[in-house]
Design a protein around this ligand. Structure first.
Ligand code: THU
Length: 132
C-alpha cells in the first residue's frame, strides 16, 4: 500500500500525542516515508536540563536509520502548543533532513484546519552543507 500525504500527516499527529514536551508545552510529532516505503515516527523529548532536549525530526530520522532507510521521500511535521500550528523545521533539523534528502524530498507542515504546506529541502536550506 502506498502511503499518502494524509496518512503521513495523521501518523505525525498521532506521534505528537506522545511527545515529552511539558517544559515548553510545544509538542511535535514527525513521520517519515523512506525510500523503501517504510514509515518511521518520532517526537520531541525534552529534559529538565533544557539544552539536552531533542527534536521530533531527529528522533524520526534515527528510527529510519535504525531500520535501514537511506533516503527521506517525505517527512510530515505536526507541532504546536495545544492546537497544531505550522512547525517548519528548526535550522538544525533542516541540516539533519538535508543529510537524507534529494531534490524530490517533500517536507510537509500543517495546521489544525488541515492546510498543508509543502517545501523542498532547497527552499528550507539553500546551499546546505554536505561532506563529500
Ligand atoms: N522542536 C522540534 O521538535 N522540531 C522543530 O523543528 C522545532 C522545535 C521542539 C524542540 C522543543 O522540544 C520544542 O519543539 C520547542 O522548541
Amino acid at each position: 500500500m502506498a502511503i499518502t500525504d494524509e496518512y503521513l500527516i495523521n501518523a505525525a499527529k498521532d506521534a505528537r500525542d506522545n511527545a515529552y514536551s511539558h517544559y515548553s508545552g510545544y509538542a511535535v510529532g514527525a513521520a517519515i516515508i523512506d525510500d523503501q516505503g517504510h514509515l518511521h515516527a518520532g517526537v520531541n523529548v525534552e529534559n529538565g536540563a533544557y539544552p539536552l532536549g531533542n527534536c521530533a525530526e531527529a528522533a524520526a530520522i534515527a528510527a529510519m536509520v535504525l531500520e535501514g532507510g537511506k533516503n527521506i521521500v517525505c517527512i510530515a511535521i505536526a507541532g504546536g502548543k495545544g492546537e497544531i500550528a505550522p512547525c517548519v523545521p528548526c535550522g538544525g533539523c533542516r541540516q539533519r533532513i538535508h543529510e537524507f534528502a534529494n531534490e524530490d524530498t517533500v517536507i510537509l507542515t500543517m495546521n489544525d484546519s488541515h492546510d498543508w504546506q509543502r517545501y523542498s529541502i532547497a527552499e528550507l536550506l539553500p546551499a546546505g552543507f554536505r561532506l563529500d
